[in-house]
Design a protein around this ligand. Structure first.
Ligand code: DC
Length: 219
């Protein structure tokens, strides 16, 4: 068992990032957001003028990614807010479908957990990256609730209705869970946490209790 990893997987919009960040702070663990790694690969390739589809192995080999206690370093530098742009989000989605990129990032993710406690969030942490994680959480929420939260946070194009956003989310869920490479699914031994009717604080508390129980039973 990988005794130092809390894996949090789940669909976009379920609140993984806010929960993982706050949970890591509460427990004194390092927070690793693996979506940033896919975004960083897309960003570095774009900056180098290299192809995103297909990704070239030699171009990929030029990229160095490292998780330090203060965050991600891309080629030795903190990429900061650059990774949050819509271009990086679409580039990340494009490179994430390619096995060559997933293999490259598998090593980066496993290395980031060496000699420290981490809360790692993503889509395939409990199924592929750390199938032996100490705790596996699959954090989800209804498509309606995720659409409602996105609208509340102003993350959608103006004029879109709640029903349209919900339909889009359902379509993306279906694509993500049926794609050939690393489909989004809960590990058989994951605890499913549905945050539809929970506040952020309640969700963090629920998961923190699961982690503490696990640590106690390990002795
Ligand atoms: O969570 P995010 O929006 O930052 O993720 C960016 C992209 O990377 C998104 O298309 C999903 C993908 N991703 C993935 O395939 N596997 C992960 N472990 C994390 C993210």
């Amino acid at each position: 068992m990988s005794t130092t990893v809390v894996a949090i997987d789940g669909p976009a919009g379920a609140g993984k990032s806010s929960v993982a960040k706050a949970l890591a702070l509460k427990l004194g663990f390092t927070h690793v957001n693996t979506g940033s790694l896919y975004r960083a690969v897309a960003y570095a390739l774009r900056c180098a003028g290299a192809s995103l589809d297909p990704v070239d192995k030699a171009e990929l080999a030029k990229i160095t990614l490292e998780y330090t206690d203060s965050g991600l370093l891309l080629n030795g530098v903190d990429p900061g807010e650059a990774l949050r742009s819509p271009e990086c989000a679409s580039g990340a989605s494009c490179v994430a479908k390619q096995p060559i990129v997933r293999e490259f990032l598998l090593e980066v993710q496993r290395r980031s957990a060496l000699n420290r406690w981490i809360v790692m969030e993503g889509r395939d942490i409990g199924t592929v990256i750390f199938p032996d994680a100490m705790v596996k959480i699959f954090l989800t929420a209804s498509a309606y609730e995720r659409a409602r939260r996105r609208m509340e946070q102003g993350e959608i194009p103006s004029g879109a209705t709640l029903e349209e956003v919900q339909k889009e989310i359902e379509k993306r869920d279906l694509q993500d869970s049926t794609r050939a490479v690393a489909p989004l699914k809960a590990a058989p031994d994951a605890v499913i946490v549905d945050s539809s009717s929970l506040s952020l604080e309640e969700t963090i508390e629920t998961i923190a209790r699961i982690v503490e129980q696990k640590r106690c039973t390990r002795g």
